[in-house]
Write a protein that binds this ligand. Structure first.
Ligand SMILES: [Zn+2]
Ligand SMILES: [Zn+2]
Length: 176
């Protein structure tokens, strides 16, 4: 075999490993401390757009607004400080971060801004998409989704499957 690959791993698997590694590297730029996620969109073996999760440009970061769950001042004044914080934290653990834009959504938004077609592309993402992102991915014509980790809510993956989009929990070969 003349192709360069490391022992026991074919070219196709090597390529997927590299793309997932790029997504993992990108996740390091994520700004929500609850979960760092990276995503890249691939067409014909090239990355055409990428994203990571974080606060929308120019808006407060997750650590500054408790992931979007800081109570409105007029509501907060009805409570002692520690009660208000408890309410916020309960909402956060129940519903998760509502401040950050997810990595996949950021990748799609970048493509939209730049006029890059996402139709028929493949997504590599470090955590399986949520239901909201899955709807965006379906609408954007994504054909396949490789993910490294399950998301706490499987609804997104179920939606993708229903829409006929290939979903693969990728076994990452890491440093081999
Ligand atoms: Zn957050
Ligand atoms: Zn999402």
């Amino acid at each position: 075999m003349s192709e360069i690959s490391f022992p026991g791993i074919g070219r196709d698997i090597l390529r997927k490993d590299v793309f997932m590694r790029i997504a993992i590297e990108l996740s390091r730029l994520g700004t929500c401390p609850r979960k760092a996620v990276g995503a890249i969109l691939v067409r014909d073996g090239r990355c055409i757009a990428w994203g990571y999760n974080g606060a929308p440009a120019g808006l407060p970061h997750c650590e500054d607004n408790n992931h979007g769950w800081v109570l409105q001042p007029e509501y907060r004044e009805q409570y002692e400080d520690h009660d208000a914080i408890e309410i916020e934290n309960t909402m956060l653990s129940e519903y998760g971060c509502r401040n950050a834009t997810h990595a996949e959504a950021n990748a799609l938004a970048f493509a939209a801004r730049q006029g890059i077609s996402t139709d028929g592309t493949t997504l590599f993402v470090t955590v399986a998409p949520c239901d909201v992102c899955s709807k965006l991915l379906i609408a954007a014509g994504i054909r396949r989704v490789y993910y490294e980790e399950e998301y706490r809510d499987p609804a997104g993956i179920e939606l993708l499957k229903l829409a006929g989009i290939g979903t693969v929990k990728q076994e990452f070969h890491g440093d081999t």
